[in-house]
Design a protein around this ligand. Structure first.
Ligand code: KG4
Ligand code: ZN
Length: 337
């Protein structure tokens, strides 16, 4: 069996993985930097870069030791080269290039969002294999840095239908959590508190929900939450305010997703990225699929947030198609898929 080595270091998770060319994950190891960034309430780029440098090579060493995979079993090295924090991307890129050079392996640069899209098709050996869907499908990618809706007519072709005009959905969760003093990253905390809350109690804005496009806007929501806290105080009905705020985000995501599905008349869709770990969003996605008799995949929690398995798979599919990056592969801070 041949494995693609994946390396992900675009933001605040250092991750390495071994995945084959049909998406079977042998092993993923991830070093989270949450504790290092927590005192600052958000990702500090310099700390992120330094932490990747400390963790990445030891993590690769551990991956090979624990999996018993040898360099002869490696078919390619896939690394996230765009978009992301440049100082963080560079750590992954230099490491991947050096290993590719020393071990004479093909190198492939991967777009982080393509990784999130294909994360829906990853599987472990105890599960039923799921090959990449050949049918056209819609993919909603919602993370701390991105909120994008794609139409994918065939594997590897991405038509961007809409994206956020300001903050990403994950950012809306994180900034709200920061206002409430819930810690970083805040999405999980809001999700947890919202479970006991009343989603109807407070009315937060659903920006652009009625507009005939597929774009999103979340910055007004954050401002209205700030006003709410000033008016009502911090400790008043935290669960209700979390549930109401979360519902506003989820309502907009589901409305735009449904609109895109209807517009493209597809029967399949996926939702991926860190925010797809949100329990209310997962519930509403299943409801939508049942209502419209559609097939959908939301990855298991471990593949929702940043991980190298999705990068290895996306890169492996491209290498199998004959694509290879050269050693001048550069980090790119911002670029659409
Ligand atoms: O995909 P990801 O790990 O990193 C980026 O590419 O940005 O996503 C991280 C984001 C953070 O904003 C985090 O708060 C959010 O995903 N997140 C959640 C949940 N788990 C993670 N948001 C809402 N509910 C969750 N359960
Ligand atoms: Zn991500």
């Amino acid at each position: 069996m041949k494995w693609v080595l994946g390396i992900e270091s675009s933001c605040d998770d250092t991750s390495v993985a071994l995945v084959n060319d049909v998406g079977r994950v042998l092993m993923t190891l991830t070093a989270s930097q949450d504790l290092a960034h927590q005192p600052f309430g958000g990702v500090v780029p310099e700390i992120a870069g330094r932490s990747h440098m400390e963790s990445l090579v030891p993590l690769i060493d551990e991956l090979f030791r624990r999996s018993n995979v040898l360099w002869d079993d490696i078919s390619a090295i896939a690394v996230t080269n765009r978009p992301g924090l440049v100082g963080s991307l560079i750590v992954g890129l230099v490491t991947a290039k050096t290993l590719a050079f020393v071990h004479k392996k093909p190198l492939i640069g991967v777009h982080h969002i393509e990784g999130h899209v294909v994360s829906a098709f990853l599987y472990n050996d105890e599960e039923t294999p799921r090959v990449l869907w050949q049918q056209p499908y819609i993919s909603l990618v919602v993370s701390g840095g991105h909120t994008q809706l794609y139409y994918i007519p065939s594997p590897g072709t991405y038509e961007l239908l809409g994206k956020t005009q300001d903050d990403a959905a994950g950012e809306a969760f994180d900034k709200f959590a920061k206002i409430l003093g819930l810690g970083y990253p805040g999405g999980v905390q809001v999700d947890r508190l919202a479970k006991a809350g009343d989603r109807q109690r407070f009315d937060f804005p659903r920006a652009m929900i009625k507009e005939k496009n597929f774009h999103f806007s979340f910055s007004g929501l954050k401002a209205s939450a700030q006003r709410w806290v000033i008016q009502h105080g911090m400790h008043h009905a935290v669960s209700d305010v979390c549930a109401s705020y979360q519902e506003a985000i989820v309502d907009v995501l589901i409305a735009k997703l449904e609109k895109a599905i209807t517009f493209k008349n597809v029967k399949h869709f996926t939702v991926a990225g860190g925010v797809s770990a949100n329990s209310r969003l997962r519930e509403r996605v299943i409801e939508l699929a049942q209502k419209k008799k559609l097939e959908c995949i939301v990855p298991p929690l471990k593949y929702c947030t940043d991980n190298a398995a999705m990068i290895a798979y996306a890169g492996g599919v491209r290498v199998a198609r004959g694509e290879i990056s050269d050693y001048s592969l550069k980090p790119i801070a911002r670029v659409d898929l």
